[in-house]
Unconditional design. Structure first.
Length: 119
């Protein structure tokens, strides 16, 4: 079992920045690829960014490429999502996930954190 707890969401004006954190506990954090998903009202949950177990490979959804950066600190059992130049369309509930591989389905989910960028 892996428990995931997100933090760092909030309300920010367009063009601003936020950093989301996901603290993991339980089984070895370094055994998992990690990802950030988001779900906006009326839309399906989508993968925004992912990082492999070693941290050497990353994936970004096209709309966030160049604005968001995913990272992990295995010594702290924590992954991060640095979000810059936020846009109203980034408004969503953001979920941290632990995955067997970068493009695998999530094995564990966090409870989510709201990010709101007013238009």
């Amino acid at each position: 079992q892996v428990q995931l707890v997100e933090s760092g969401g909030g309300l920010v004006q367009a063009g601003g920045s936020l950093r989301l954190s996901c603290a993991a506990s339980g089984r070895s954090f370094s055994d998992y690829a990690m990802g950030w998903f988001r779900q906006a009202p009326g839309k399906e949950r989508e993968l925004v960014a992912a990082i492999n177990y070693s941290g050497r490979s990353t994936y970004y959804e096209d709309s966030v490429e160049g604005r968001f950066t995913i990272s992990r600190d295995d010594a702290k059992n924590t992954e991060y999502l640095q979000m810059n130049n936020l846009k109203p369309e980034d408004t969503a509930f953001y979920y941290c996930a632990a995955m067997g591989c970068m493009y695998c389905s999530a094995s564990y989910w966090g409870q989510g954190t709201q990010v709101t960028v007013p238009s």
